[in-house]
Design a protein around this ligand. Structure first.
Ligand code: UP5
Ligand code: MG
Length: 200
């Protein structure tokens, strides 16, 4: 596909910052297609015959970043499939890439070889708030990484490896930073008005 004809936003933030929750709101109001890299990896892990199933399982439980060849291919396939399924009357193609890129080299590869982003939405949230949310979600989520051991590892990876991605885009003035510790509706009212403004 032609990158000039699609709009991509990266939705970033620590584990449990509320990326998925806020993406659902943006889908409803702006007609984005939501692609969560974590969801795509979990689906690939479950897919019978996947050669990456075991690898993904281990990386997710350990809070480590899956080699980008796997993630970029899953994202690219999902973008292509979504574009092929479009009807002419649909919204112009807009994607929320949720939870990716998580490492500077991934960002550079995606920007150069797939599609540069228009801007980054960064959900900024203190660790104690994220930890409480994830432990609470863990009671029902069935996610293998919603336990205190995995959560601590995810936080470490976020600080050491993923924050530099946000810092890199911030140097180019491409980051919309939102306080994600507030209630869902408060966070979203800021996101909604700022995204509407920045999409223009
Ligand atoms: N909640 C949300 N917002 C709230 C608010 N404002 N107030 C109160 N509660 C709020 O929310 C988490 C929980 O908090 C929910 O219960 C929600 O109701 C509540 P959610 O919207 O799910 O937060 P999100 O930021 O999406 O959290 P998630 O756990 O999905 O973030 P992660 O970044 O940890 O998970 P992801 O699925 O992106 O990745 C998982 C793993 O996959 C990674 O650790 C890694 O191993 C692997 N991965 C890669 O290797 N590469 C990738 O590119 C992507 C993932
Ligand atoms: Mg999520």
């Amino acid at each position: 596909f032609n990158p000039k004809e699609v709009t991509v936003l990266y939705v970033l933030g620590g584990p449990g910052a509320g990326k998925g929750t806020q993406c659902a709101n943006l889908v409803r109001d702006f007609g984005f297609v939501h692609l969560s890299a974590g969801d795509l990896l979990r689906a690939e892990q479950e897919r019978p015959g996947s050669q990456f199933g075991e690898l993904i399982k281990t990386y997710i439980r350990e809070g480590k970043i899956v080699p980008m060849e796997v993630t970029v291919a899953l994202l690219q396939n999902a973008m292509k499939a979504s574009l092929e399924a479009r009807k002419p009357a649909d919204h112009p193609p807009r994607f929320l890439i949720d939870g990716f890129p998580r490492q500077v080299d991934q960002a550079i590869k995606f920007e150069e070889e797939v599609c540069p982003c228009k801007f980054v939405v960064f959900f900024d949230c203190p660790e104690d708030v994220m930890e409480a949310r994830l432990l609470n979600r863990g009671k029902t989520s069935g996610r293998s990484d919603d336990n205190i051991e995995s959560i601590k590892k995810r936080f470490k990876t976020f600080v050491n490896t993923s924050m530099p991605v946000i810092d890199m885009f911030a140097k180019d003035g491409k980051v919309l930073s939102v306080n994600a510790a507030a209630p869902v509706e408060t966070v979203y009212s800021t996101v909604k008005s700022e995204v509407a403004r920045l999409l223009k």
